[in-house]
Design a protein around this ligand. Structure first.
Ligand SMILES: [Zn+2]
Length: 248
């Protein structure tokens, strides 16, 4: 796969975000959910894996570089990298906590990378419209549904600009209600969980442009504490250690 053809876009995004660190695109996956950014300690550079759906490609690239932008802005490297010791040793329970966390970080990333940088915003709209159109499979498991509920609540209610939200009001309402419905079908107890989750998710509005990493980490943990996750506090601390060690 020839990654060189994306160099122009990458350079343009780095310039826009004033990022000088070395970033390379080093892998390609046909699954868009594999898209990720991480720090290569030995090479001292960020490496992006792209899962490409062509029309959404530019969203993914901006989003991944956006992780680095958020990390630098908040002086907290773990918004753009995973702790070395967990890269190969994370258990499935630990992975789930990371996935939930990452879905929340994604909203902070997108708020900065697309909402604040207006020139990028059309790629966000294009991506959200594609996701709304794609919908959610009724066969999805509860973890997937809860992750999606958190992700879409944050993105559609707070990252999307008010004008675009109004334009899509019915579509968004239908989409989130369907997600709620699918979650409640799994068990009665999720009804109360969703209410509590909503009240915590609402706090995103006051934090979305925060420059305080601790504030954001507390918000994440606060949201996740409503979910049935094993060993949450300890695992969260492992994925998101205190301090700002490491390159950023
Ligand atoms: Zn992300």
């Amino acid at each position: 796969m020839d990654f060189a053809r994306y160099d122009g876009d990458l350079k343009e995004i780095k310039t826009l975000f004033s990022i000088t660190s070395e970033i390379i695109i080093n892998k390609f996956s046909t699954n868009p959910e594999d898209t990720a950014c991480d720090w290569n300690e030995a090479q001292e550079r960020y490496e992006i894996t792209l899962g490409v759906i062509i029309q959404e490609f530019k969203y993914y690239l901006i989003h991944e570089v956006g992780h680095i932008l958020l990390a630098k802005r908040l002086q907290y490297p773990y918004f753009a990298r995973t702790p070395t010791e967990l890269k190969t040793t994370a258990t499935p329970d630990q992975e789930v906590i990371f996935e939930f966390s990452n879905h929340i970080i994604d909203a902070f990333v997108d708020y900065v990378a697309f909402h604040e940088f207006e020139v990028n915003y059309p790629f966000f709209i294009e991506f959200m419209d594609a996701l709304l159109k794609k919908g959610i499979s009724s066969r999805a498991d509860i973890i997937y549904l809860l992750k999606a509920y958190i992700y879409f609540s944050l993105q559609l209610r707070f990252v999307l600009k008010a004008y675009d939200r109004v334009l899509r009001r019915d579509k968004i309402q239908l989409f989130l209600s369907r997600l709620q419905h699918l979650i409640k079908l799994k068990s009665d107890r999720y009804s109360a969980l969703l209410t509590k989750l909503d009240s915590k998710i609402d706090l995103f509005d006051t934090l979305k442009s925060s420059r305080d990493a601790t504030e954001i980490l507390n918000f994440m943990l606060n949201v996740l504490s409503e979910l049935p996750l094993k060993n949450l506090d300890n695992t969260f601390k492992q994925w998101f250690p205190d301090g700002t060690q490491g390159d950023c």
